[in-house]
Design a binder for this molecule. Structure first.
Ligand code: FES
Ligand SMILES: [Fe+2]
Length: 385
């Protein structure tokens, strides 16, 4: 016997759609093209923005049993994350302390230890060196207490989050996400969902181009050919800027009248959550996508789309969700397609800046945040702190 699918109860968070809530909090702005194209700037972003921030690494469901491990690579780093016997997670930089080889090449299950392939140094789940062949041939002082650099890890929403620079660098994850995100995004109960599919593209654009693509609705009529009434309704969306993050509430097709009188915006709108710096959630009422931008180089990005469904055996839910997801895959493919044109123009001598209109305000807000963090980091270093 099957049970009819019912999404989680929502609607007890802050009201997100009402006539008195302004349409958009931002204004038109311009940013220089070098923020996307300069390799030196990418190095500054790695140091000050990417490595010290909480970012999504994988799903908790990928690490179910002791010894299950995920090798995550991005922004020039390689790390390994492992589920320990007590259920907690351990993570360390996947770089052998002997001569720098990658210790673990592939994600896998039920490991007991990790052995570097070059000279067989052995590491435990915490990255401690627990085995060195011909130990007596080394300077014994060097071998004492060797441990690979740690990654800070936490779980929320069924996701594994990590700070590559290690513990104590970023505020605790709860604080990083903030009350608005914990409440609003938390209402979807992503920990009760499962990974239905993951799509990966390697694209020749800067990582922020990928984040930008999911941070405005302005491109939808041209690129996704949505009908005029939906465009009109879309202009009624509400934008919220939180501390680091932001949110966009876009009425579903024909749902505007319902949205105006309904505190449960999540049942009648697509809610986008931009989680600084590299993740955008695109939440439909019954399933959702994480658009994860994984920086690779200043002009290379791994773009991942993670599709989550609720666990249900309701054939109607499964059928309509599959149909909608099949449609969304085409839509996402259209976004990816434009990045070829952005890549082609990115080296032009005449590409100087990006203009944004009021309704694209989430994008310059995001870039100004990146810029501010870099400037503050440089000032701190110059001051010797
Ligand atoms: S580089 Fe890893 S054991 Fe030598
Ligand atoms: Fe799009």
């Amino acid at each position: 016997m099957t049970t009819q699918f019912v999404p989680p109860t929502r609607g007890d968070g802050p009201l997100r759609f009402a006539p008195e809530i302004p349409n958009t909090p931002g204004k038109s702005e311009t940013i220089p093209s070098s923020w996307y194209t300069d390799p030196e700037r990418f190095e500054l972003e790695r140091k000050y923005v990417l490595n010290p921030s909480w970012q999504i690494m994988c799903r908790s469901e990928e690490l179910q049993n002791t010894g299950d491990h995920v090798v995550w690579e991005g922004q020039g780093e390689t790390i390994v994350i492992t589920r320990k016997k007590d259920g907690s997670l351990a993570g360390f930089h996947n770089v052998c302390l002997h001569r720098g080889a990658r210790i673990v090449r592939d994600s896998g299950e039920c490991a007991r230890r990790f052995k570097c392939p070059w000279h067989d140094w052995v590491y435990d789940f915490d990255g401690k060196v627990v085995g060195v062949p011909d130990r007596e041939d080394f300077d014994q002082d060097i071998l004492k207490g060797l441990q690979a650099h740690q990654v800070e890890l936490a779980e929320w929403g069924g996701w594994v989050w990590g700070v590559l620079d290690g513990p104590g660098v970023a505020p605790p994850l709860d604080e990083w996400l903030g009350e608005d995100i914990l409440t609003d995004l938390g209402a979807y109960r992503m920990e009760d969902m499962f990974l239905k599919e993951k799509l990966t593209w390697y694209v020749d654009v800067n990582w922020k181009v990928v984040v930008d693509a999911f941070n405005e609705f302005y491109h939808a009529p041209a690129l996704h050919h949505i009908p005029p009434q939906d465009v009109k309704d879309g202009r009624e969306m509400r934008i919220f800027e939180f501390d680091r993050h932001s949110m966009m509430v876009v009425p579903l097709k024909g749902a505007l009248p319902k949205l105006k009188e309904n505190p449960d915006h999540q049942s009648v709108a697509i809610c986008h959550y931009t989680i600084f710096p590299t993740s955008v959630f695109n939440n439909n009422p019954e399933h959702l996508q994480l658009f994860r931008s994984v920086p690779v180089a200043h002009n290379k990005t791994r773009f991942e789309t993670w599709e989550l469904w609720y666990k249900s055996d309701d054939p109607d839910y499964l059928e309509r969700t599959q149909r909608h997801w099949d449609h969304l895959k085409i839509v996402v493919g259209e976004d990816v397609w434009t990045w070829e044109d952005i890549a082609a123009a990115s080296t032009s001598s005449y590409y100087k800046q990006n203009f944004f209109n009021d309704r694209e305000c989430k994008i310059p807000k995001f870039h100004n945040m990146v810029n501010r963090i870099i400037e503050e980091g440089i000032a701190r270093d110059l001051a010797g702190n």
